[in-house]
Design a protein around this ligand. Structure first.
Ligand code: AMP
Ligand code: MG
Length: 480
């Protein structure tokens, strides 16, 4: 088992992390190795399936060259400040340089207690591990920046939640695990030296063109604006956009109570603990701004300006999110409607469609996929009221004509922007229930189909369909 580690985070000062190895497990068994990702990372996928590979993925053996550690961070959870969080159930094994020259973290999640565990057991059960595997890999296939899943293993040990569940470990890959909360951790301690070191590290790693903390802020604002616009475009609800779950690299991270919407509604919430709807679908852009304001605040002391001036320029940067987000949203929804660009009238058309979908409880994914087909009027079937689109469809067609978009271009554009398949909540839950009972076939089928979400796969039409009323999953739970 040869892994060419180069661990830059471990070279940062001691107070950035706690050094510790994962806690070994009883009787590990392999659930899945992500072979294409392994190759991308320069790892041998076959070696990962050997007893030695399995021991590494389970946390039973620390591979040569690893510098296992749990990262320190803080964060605002549901708006409330928590001065110390940190990796309470994860251990970073180290970093590798992938085939594209990109530095990537390899982390075990569910690997046992750490000094940051507080009262938690440091473990994960099979459900959240499979959920993160399926949804993060689906996100990647949808073309949306995300952490990845390299492997899932069962531990052979029970994990106690509402009852005993089979334990599991996910191997997560990320451009880094640096969060807004990592900056907040040091800012709250008045540790400017650490803030500077973290800023330099993050810039070198993610935004090499950035030279100052303000440049970093600006780059993260832009990356988050694009990311959230992409989430909105596929009906993704993160569910727990705490500042410790917002990545500086601009990747979707921490797949806990997240879900893709079936029927469209802007106020949709899935997370069972989000009672106020703080992280509802439509609130995601403003919550991103709130989080970025916390990031900006953490950077103030090292901006090299007097406080008032620093606040003014940082505020301007964060406020820049609005235009960046709107531009990204318009790009996403232009493609979803087959346009090259959205002007004001076409943006109004998009909003009008969404309003009709909300009223008609239409399935978000199916409406856009139907509109992408040869006969867009089939989208009417998604609405309770068959006439719901009668005056919308001709207006949309008129705009397409006005832009001079021929029908083949429209279809190609739309089918590349409107997935046929998303990881529907009820299918994810069914795959988890089957896996808990020992049958991983539905999980395997889901990952296979979701690897090409923009391709029609008639043999898997059942995975495309919206849930029947009795199949609907109204709430999701945190992945602990
Ligand atoms: P999350 O909900 O995944 O964003 O986690 C929030 C915080 O709780 C992080 O510091 C986690 O490391 C910690 N945490 C979550 N689950 C556990 C667990 N089972 N054991 C220990 N710490 C946990
Ligand atoms: Mg988290």
């Amino acid at each position: 088992m040869q892994i060419a580690f180069d661990n830059s985070y471990a070279r940062l000062p001691d107070r950035f992390y706690a050094t510790l190895a994962p806690t070994p497990v009883e009787k590990p068994s392999l659930i899945k190795v992500n072979e294409p990702l392994a190759r991308d990372l320069g790892l041998d996928p076959v070696a990962l399936t050997t007893p030695e590979g399995l021991a590494v993925l389970a946390g039973n053996k620390v591979p040569k060259g690893a510098s296992p550690l749990a990262q320190a961070y803080a964060g605002h959870q549901f708006g409330g400040w928590v001065p110390q969080l940190g990796d309470g159930r994860a251990v970073l094994l180290g970093e590798v340089i992938d085939r594209h020259g990109q530095r990537r973290d390899i982390q075990l999640k569910g690997s046992g207690p750490t000094p940051f565990s507080r009262r938690g057991d440091g473990r994960a059960w099979l459900g959240p591990v499979l959920r993160e595997y399926v949804v993060s890999e689906a996100m990647q296939a949808l073309g949306i920046p995300t952490t990845r899943a390299l492997a899932a293993v069962a531990t052979g040990e029970p994990v106690y939640r509402e009852r005993a569940f089979p334990g599991a470990v996910l191997t997560r890959v990320a451009s880094s695990h640096i969060r807004v909360g990592t900056f907040q951790y040091f800012a709250a301690r008045g540790d400017e030296e650490a803030l500077r070191a973290l800023t330099d590290h993050a810039m070198a790693r993610h935004y090499p063109q950035a030279e100052t903390p303000l440049d970093l802020l600006s780059a993260v604002v832009a990356a988050q604006a694009r990311l959230i616009a992409h989430w909105m475009g596929v009906g993704f609800i993160h569910g727990v956009m705490n500042t410790d779950n917002m990545s500086i690299a601009g990747e979707t991270i921490d797949y806990g109570p997240c879900a893709f919407m079936d029927a469209y509604h802007p106020d949709q919430v899935f997370s069972s603990i989000d009672r106020m709807g703080r992280y509802a679908y439509r609130r995601q852009p403003e919550i991103a701004v709130w989080n970025l304001a916390q990031f900006a605040t953490a950077l103030l002391p090292i901006m090299g300006m007097d406080h008032k001036e620093a606040v003014a320029v940082a505020t301007r940067e964060v406020e820049g999110f609005a235009d960046l987000f709107t531009a990204a949203w318009e790009e996403v929804f232009a493609a979803k409607l087959g346009f090259a660009r959205l002007d004001e009238a076409r943006a109004a058309l998009a909003y009008d469609l969404l309003a009709r979908m909300a009223r008609g409880k239409a399935d978000f994914t199916q409406v856009f996929r139907s509109l992408s087909g040869v006969d867009p009027s089939l989208a009417r079937d998604e609405f309770g009221d068959q006439t719901a689109l009668d005056d919308w469809l001709p207006r949309w067609q008129a705009h397409l004509d006005e832009e001079g978009t021929d029908d083949a271009t429209r279809r190609a554009r739309m089918q590349a922007a409107n997935p046929a398949f998303i990881p529907r909540n009820h299918r994810v839950e069914q795959a988890i229930a089957a896996a808990v009972a020992g049958d991983f076939t539905p999980f395997e089928r889901l990952t296979l189909v979701l690897a090409t979400p923009y391709t029609d796969q008639p043999d898997h039409a059942d995975l495309m369909a919206a849930p029947a009323p009795e199949e609907e999953v109204p709430a999701t739970f945190c992945g602990t």
